[in-house]
Design a protein around this ligand. Structure first.
Ligand code: ATP
Ligand code: MG
Length: 174
């Protein structure tokens, strides 16, 4: 049984996405709120939709620059990190599931990216003690087997998150 981390910030908003397109829609809404220096930690079991969400968010930012800017967004399962330059914004998409040691984390350079880039991090429990204070968490939960495409997505965030009110209006305040 994989141990999922408990977010270190209060529950702020929660929504139900009944299929993959609904999750993409949420990602598109949130994509316009995020800036360089924002850290979004994507937590939830295998196959719960973290990469699907990140891909939709990154492609929405690319599409906002121009339709010809939309590129493939592969899962960073094996590379651990994929980076994207989207106009002025640098986006880091990390999947730390296969991270073996803490010094590997230093080599990735994620800690310095946290200050400047928009960082989307799957399996953030691997960050052990290196989660920045401004980080927000999106926690993905799967629905019952009879409703396999349903996902509950919850936002945990600190008080002073600049995009909190906008996210709550999109997701519904908890
Ligand atoms: N409501 C939904 N939201 C997101 N994905 C959904 C939903 N319904 C079905 N899916 C499907 O579930 C799968 C989610 O896979 P994805 O790779 O995004 O999971 P993950 O959480 O990143 O897994 P891992 O921990 O292995 O990286 C995709 O095939 C996606 O199309
Ligand atoms: Mg993934």
């Amino acid at each position: 049984m994989i141990q999922l981390p408990a977010p270190a910030a209060p529950l702020r908003a929660r929504t139900c996405c009944s299929n993959a397109e609904a999750t993409s829609r949420l990602a598109r809404h949130l994509s316009h709120l995020l800036r360089g220096g924002d850290v979004l930690l994507l937590s939830g079991p295998l196959g719960s939709g973290k990469t699907h969400f990140a891909r939709s968010l990154i492609q929405a930012r690319q599409a906002a620059i121009g339709p010809d800017q939309v590129e493939d967004v592969p899962s960073p399962t094996f590379t651990l990190v994929q980076t994207y330059q989207v106009g002025e914004l640098e986006i880091w998409h990390a999947d730390l599931y296969r991270l073996c040691a803490t010094d590997e984390l230093c080599e990735l350079g994620l800690d310095s990216a946290f200050g400047t880039a928009l960082c989307l991090v799957e399996w953030p429990d691997r960050l052990v003690g290196q989660i920045p204070p401004n980080a927000a968490w999106l926690v993905f939960e799967t629905g019952p087997p009879a409703d396999a495409d349903r996902r509950w997505i919850s936002l945990f965030a600190p008080d002073d998150l600049p995009w909190l009110a906008s996210a709550q209006s999109v997701m519904g305040a908890a």
